[in-house]
Ligand binder design. Structure first.
Ligand code: DUC
Ligand code: ZN
Ligand code: ZN
Length: 494
């Protein structure tokens, strides 16, 4: 007797973090119903069949580092993308789940109000599934007491900053957060840069009248990241709390991370495409153009640095490859990069350029187009590990029959897509540029499928998903390495 499915994906090369197999996939309702040998479903009835002949079929991307609808936090500008436009951009680039920051402000004493306000921004607007990391700017007693409520509300991760005036925590506050996070099985993401070193370098540059965008990179040297990364590792080890070091840009910082991992510590790390595909030279373009690539940490010195980051992905130092999509308009002096331009400073002042680059749509296509990582590794760092680290596995990041959502990205077969140079108008964000314009892409998703529904059909209308199709993802604890001891942290151990 034939079985009915909603969708079959046949003849593709199915890639997970574990293996590459010539198998077919059956989908019923919004789940992966079965993954079977080629041809197994030829007598099955299905409402729709996609022939993925020659193309790769992967779990949809999970991008766990996305900024949307944020107020000014990193310079004067505010986000160009809303939940609607950011999540739209995500699905058009093969990403089916995003985790977005819910930013608490320094003058706020509660996290639950922040969470509620962020839910209100996202609800009914998203094209992809979504969740939130709480961004903690004021770890007051009251805010820390809300961690159990956060967990009940499905939030199992938060981000803290060692820099930025609007967000920075001192080491004592970081210890407070790590201790409470450890107790409630919450993963702490840390932006590690030494704030005083950045401020000192900024003053040195300004004294010498060096204000152009390229000096943003000079003011954020690798040493600022290296010192703060090592400090964050020490604080994490002291509390025995797992951390994820976000957007690591320098091989020297990656070395500290690897050494900590080799000692068995629960230190996880993230890198981003800007550290694989851009360098400091991208900030040194004529006029103000370099501002397009101003982000923190900045792209580093040379191809050798990029090479070190690739090696960190290959050897497992980096758990995830996220976008750090932090979109600002370029040609805009009210909310965008040009807010830092005045009559006195016609090329702007680097210290006021909003920090961040768009990249949620280009993350997966860039990683595929580099043709550098083994495909299983690519799936691991762009989807599966993020799902594991942030408590979404195996619902996301996998093809496990009966358990995984049918979130799928299908790539064109080799040679079916003519390599093309990216133009910003090909993208679906609400930003007037991409740092990757002009770069050659050899791969782009042909289809993106969200819980069994095609939402991106590149040759059949492009974006075909609906606003509001994405749902909130209630998350559990991380399934990657956590605290080494199950005992409560005890001062008598010191
Ligand atoms: N770095 C950026 O470039 N933008 C957002 C925040 C951050 O840490
Ligand atoms: Zn950051
Ligand atoms: Zn960020």
């Amino acid at each position: 007797m034939s079985i009915e499915y909603d969708l079959l994906i046949v003849n593709g090369l199915v890639v997970t973090d574990q293996e590459v197999r010539e198998v077919d996939i059956a989908i019923k309702h919004d789940k992966i119903a079965a993954v079977e040998a080629r041809g197994s479903f030829k007598n099955a009835k299905a409402a729709q069949v996609i022939d993925a002949d020659g193309g790769c079929v992967m779990p949809g991307g999970v991008d766990a580092h996305v900024h949307l609808e944020e107020p000014p936090l990193f310079g004067k500008g505010s986000s160009a993308d809303t939940f609607e436009t950011g999540s739209r951009s995500a699905v058009c680039g093969g990403t089916t789940s995003i985790i977005v920051f819910a930013p608490q402000q320094k003058n706020e004493d509660t996290l639950m109000t922040t969470l509620k306000a962020t839910h209100a921004k996202a609800e009914g607007k998203c094209y992809s599934d979504y969740s939130f990391h709480l961004l903690i700017a004021n770890p007051s007693e009251n805010a820390l007491s809300e961690f159990p409520a956060l967990r009940e509300a499905g939030i199992s991760s938060l981000k803290i900053y060692m820099t930025y005036a609007a967000l920075q925590l001192n080491d004592g506050q970081i210890l407070d957060v790590l201790l409470a996070a450890r107790q409630h099985k919450i993963t702490t993401m840390i932006h590690a840069e030494n704030n005083d070193l950045i401020l000192w370098m900024t003053a040195q540059l300004e004294k010498r009248k060096m204000f152009q965008p390229k000096y943003h990179a000079t003011s954020h040297p690798a040493m600022a990241e290296v010192e703060a990364t090592y400090r964050a590792i020490c604080l994490s080890e002291f509390i025995d709390a797992p951390i994820l070091l976000v957007h690591i840009s320098s091989p020297a910082a990656a070395k500290h991370i690897k050494q900590a991992q080799d000692r068995g510590l629960p230190i996880h790390a993230e890198t981003c495409p800007q550290y694989l595909f851009l360098t400091k030279a991208d900030l040194d373009k004529p006029g103000f153009e370099g501002a397009k690539c101003v982000c923190s940490p900045p792209p580093r010195e040379s191809e050798q640095d990029q090479e070190g980051i690739w090696r960190g992905l290959e050897d497992g130092t980096f758990t995830v490859l996220s976008s750090d999509h932090c979109p600002f308009l370029y040609d805009d002096n009210e909310t965008g990069k040009k807010t830092c331009i005045t009559d006195e400073y016609p090329e702007g002042q680097f210290k006021y350029i909003p920090n961040g680059c768009p990249g949620v749509e280009t993350r997966l296509p860039l990683a595929m187009s580099a043709e550098r990582l083994p495909l299983t590794k690519l799936v691991e760092v762009t989807s599966t590990n993020a799902a594991k680290l942030y408590g979404l596995y195996p619902r996301k990041g996998a093809f496990i029959a009966g358990e995984s959502d049918a979130d799928i990205v299908i790539w064109y077969p080799q040679d079916k897509l003519q390599p093309f140079q990216l133009k910003n108008e090909m993208l679906h964000h609400n930003v007037d540029y991409s740092p990757y314009e002009g770069k050659t892409f050899k791969h782009w998703p042909r289809y993106t499928i969200l819980r069994g529904q095609v939402v991106w059909d590149r040759d059949g209308g492009g974006l075909v998903g609906q606003r509001g199709q994405g749902t909130f993802l209630h998350r559990g604890p991380s399934s990657l390495k956590g605290s080494l001891s199950d005992e409560p942290w005890d001062i008598r151990g010191f």
